[in-house]
Design a protein around this ligand. Structure first.
Ligand code: HGY
Ligand code: MN
Ligand code: MN
Length: 410
């Protein structure tokens, strides 16, 4: 079999060109799901998929698949990819290296004139980040039958724009039904988004599973009033209760010996005026652990904390769990394939569990799945200064190439 190798210069040119789309002044990207910038990135990706000779299909959730036929065109394909939607001021690597790295793997087979036995498919999943439209991993979630299409189409952003309407507006409400095909296996290469690989000075990790997590929306309803004449004992201040719950998140997650993490990431205050007691606060909670029982307990505790904070301040409240993903170990066969691929490449590697959610969470429920991590400098992600050394990305992509080649011959 002729040797199949990456062209890292081509890959780098593509990566740099791609990240000019929605580039921010501070070196990051702003390509939130279904925005004009996301459309421009999608258009570029479809053009590159076609230039690479891939058969492109877009499904009803806007997931973009590029298919390269195999000698056995009826065989279940090897699927690999990630996402190109970003945080509002996110990093250039999160998701993008998994999609463009997947395209580079395809191009390497093209350059070598090698046709694999199984078909290969590279995918860009819609709405992985879940910052504009919650919940996250919506495109892969509908594909894996976690969410139904109507639910997804009804999701609204903060300006009350519907997911389904925005998907149509950017021209990516495809024809193909968004439902799982028969897939041989799924790989996703991604930046670690944590500090461990860099701390250990290791370029690659075979990912053994992903944390489970819960996302909740909380609304406190108090009473706006004048910040001056209103005596403190007459106040019903929605923000004070929010602060109480935020401190409670720190107390709950301070328990030694667990991997539990908790975040209050998004807070909307109304009327948000310097001299008005906050009437309404809507905020989010994000709890994660590799142990589902630990997440369940944290959610239980925070529900009590919300009720107590509302009672203390004399507020009405609502709490809604908008998403719950269970922790899942990945497929041992796929993990072993990633390990063997790293040994073939000859790079040092370790094994990690992912604290970040990925489309692989859901693919893992319908097909053998694993992931490949490459280091994040200073463990930074979801921030414009997210950075990964290019050599590490090339190494990770070589591991992806070898893993795909192995599974495509099975
Ligand atoms: O929330 C996550 O872990 C992912 O970035 N959507
Ligand atoms: Mn990601
Ligand atoms: Mn992300």
């Amino acid at each position: 079999m002729p040797s199949v190798s990456l062209d890292s210069e081509r890959f780098r040119r593509r990566f740099d060109t791609f990240n000019k789309i929605g580039a921010t002044e501070r070196g990051g990207v702003n390509r939130p799901s279904l925005s004009d910038e996301n459309k421009a990135a999608r258009d570029t990706l479809v053009e590159w998929f076609r230039e690479a000779g891939l058969e492109v299909r877009i499904d009803t959730m806007g997931n973009i698949f590029g298919r390269r036929d195999g000698t056995d065109s009826d065989a279940a394909p090897v699927l690999f990819g990630s996402h190109i939607d970003s945080q509002y001021n996110g990093g250039r690597y999160d998701g993008v290296i998994g999609v463009l790295g997947g395209l580079e793997v395809i191009e390497a087979f093209n350059d070598a004139g090698v046709t694999t036995e199984r078909p290969l498919e590279v995918v860009d999943w819609s709405n992985e980040e879940g910052v504009r439209f919650q919940p996250d991993m919506l495109g892969s979630g509908v594909y894996c039958d976690i969410f139904d299409l109507d639910y997804a189409y009804e999701r609204e952003d903060k300006e009350s724009r519907r997911f389904g309407d925005e998907l149509e507006r950017i021209g990516y409400k495809g024809e193909t039904s968004c439902e799982a095909d028969d897939i041989h296996c799924y790989f996703e290469m991604h930046v670690e988004q944590g500090p461990f690989l860099e701390q250990q000075d290791i370029p690659v990790a075979a990912v053994e599973g992903v944390f489970g997590f819960s996302w909740l929306n909380v609304t406190f309803e108090g009473q706006a009033n004048h910040a001056g004449p209103t005596p403190m004992d007459m106040r019903h201040d929605a923000f004070v209760a929010t602060a109480d719950v935020t401190r409670a998140v720190r107390r709950i997650t301070a328990t030694e010996g667990t991997d539990l993490v908790g975040t209050v990431g998004s807070v909307d205050v109304w009327p948000n005026a310097i001299n008005v007691i906050p009437e309404t606060v809507e905020f989010t909670l994000d709890f994660r652990s590799y142990d589902d029982a630990v997440v369940d307990a944290a959610v239980e505790q925070i529900r009590e904390e919300v009720a107590h904070a509302a009672e203390r301040e004399g507020l009405e409240y609502e709490i809604e769990e908008i998403m719950r993903v269970d922790a899942d170990p990945f497929d041992q066969g796929c993990i072993d394939t990633v390990v063997e691929a790293a040994e073939t490449v000859g790079c040092e590697y370790t094994r990690l569990v992912s604290g970040a959610g990925h489309d692989a969470n859901y693919l893992n429920k319908i097909a053998p799945t694993s992931m490949i991590f490459v280091p994040s400098v200073d463990g930074i992600s979801h921030r414009e200064s997210e950075f990964t050394e290019w050599d590490d990305i090339v190494t990770g992509t070589e591991v992806l190439l070898n893993a795909v080649q192995t599974k495509a011959a099975e």
